[in-house]
Design a protein around this ligand. Structure first.
Ligand code: SAM
Length: 334
């Protein structure tokens, strides 16, 4: 029986579940089982050996997306993310030793992109603005090799409590958890003076999540539009707030939404209001891009990337910031 779900990506969307809910078209889709190896506790090679001894058949590193179409008991190493193993859909790991010991994290591939792309070095100071239940926080800590300072904020006490358990199990030690509204965190507070990296994964509609369960009542388009508008306004406030940290160099913005209002439009508005930042062109080999003109960003979907629906943008500070006028949408996209 499946006993704990809360820390896994199936439950991590933080979506404000309401009418918009998950994407209807995604119902019935079976995604691969993605397993992130927690390099704070083990290595990818050791995890592969363990699974082989456990009766799984290792097919090596995937070369194409088609290689992720796996049959029961076989697995591969992912073609884009080196610490990710891929198994057949519905492969059950909740009772597995490696899961219980925190050596593996059950995390959708798209949701591994934000920490991977932010890539903060060891000893850096990092903020995870909307952090619970903490899969991306533990991924950041692994990339930082547990060295540096990782400030993690969330408003939801229950999700934070799940997060504490998850981080303990994952061996994360460089974090500082705060039950706090990120919008009220003071960027000029001396304790954040060395923060150069922010991961911003705010609450969203969750419209990219597959299998969240559906809303029985038909959506009311006007209500939906209002709700998306409110979410987008909150997301833009978070983005503007995060870009105000004085030494910030790089920021990843991500959502598990498929709506342009919560993705490209938020990022475009953030860039227009913060001319000192520009987009970084992400992973040229990734098969799905942000909607034009923001093709530097990544999108993910069940059909094109075999993941939940997702969006990621990476913003970096640029040096000629002060002397430049705010960019137009087209400039921001170049
Ligand atoms: N990054 C998380 C992960 O990978 O496990 C998932 C984050 S979830 C998409 C969004 C989170 O933002 C929710 O846990 C929600 O409680 C939190 N949140 C919403 N408003 C917030 C605010 N003003 N300040 C801090 N956290 C907030």
């Amino acid at each position: 029986m499946r006993r704990t779900l809360e820390g896994d990506d199936d439950e991590a969307s933080g979506s404000t579940r309401g009418g918009a809910g998950p994407v209807q078209q995604a119902e019935g889709v079976l995604l691969p089982r993605y397993v992130r190896v927690n390099t704070l506790k083990t290595t990818v090679d050791d995890a592969v050996d363990y699974f082989k001894r456990d009766g799984f058949s290792y097919l090596g590193e995937a070369n194409r997306l088609d290689d992720l179409d796996l049959k029961a008991k076989s697995f591969v190493r992912d073609l884009h993310l080196s610490d990710l193993l891929v198994f057949a859909p519905k492969t059950e790991f909740h009772e597995h030793f490696l899961y219980k010991a925190g050596h593996i994290i059950l995390q959708d591939k798209a949701s591994c992109l934000p920490a991977f792309l932010l890539n903060p070095p060891a000893n850096s100071h990092v903020i995870d603005a909307c952090a619970a239940p903490g899969n991306k926080t533990s991924h950041l800590a692994a990339i930082m090799k547990n060295k540096g300072r990782l400030f993690a904020f969330d408003l939801d006490a229950k999700r934070l409590s799940t997060m504490s358990t998850l981080l303990l199990r994952a061996g994360v030690r460089c974090h500082q958890l705060a039950h706090q509204d990120f919008l009220k965190v003071d960027p000029s507070d001396p304790q954040y003076k060395d923060v150069e990296y922010v991961l911003l994964d705010p609450s969203c509609s969750g419209s990219g999540m597959v299998c969240l369960g559906t809303d029985a009542s038909p959506p009311d388009p006007e209500r939906e539009q209002r709700r998306l508008g409110n979410l987008a306004a909150f997301q833009l406030r978070c983005l503007n707030h995060a870009l105000g940290f004085p030494r910030l160099q790089r920021l990843v913005y991500s959502t598990c939404s498929v709506h342009t209002e919560e993705n490209e439009k938020v990022v475009a508005a953030g860039l227009q209001q913060n001319p000192g930042f520009r987009l970084v062109h992400l992973l040229p080999v990734w098969p799905e891009r942000g909607l034009q003109p923001l093709s530097q960003c990544l999108r993910a979907s069940t059909t094109k990337t075999l993941t939940h629906g997702f969006f990621v943008a990476l913003l970096e500070r640029h040096s000629d910031a002060v002397s430049r006028a705010p960019p137009s949408l087209e400039e921001a996209a170049r």
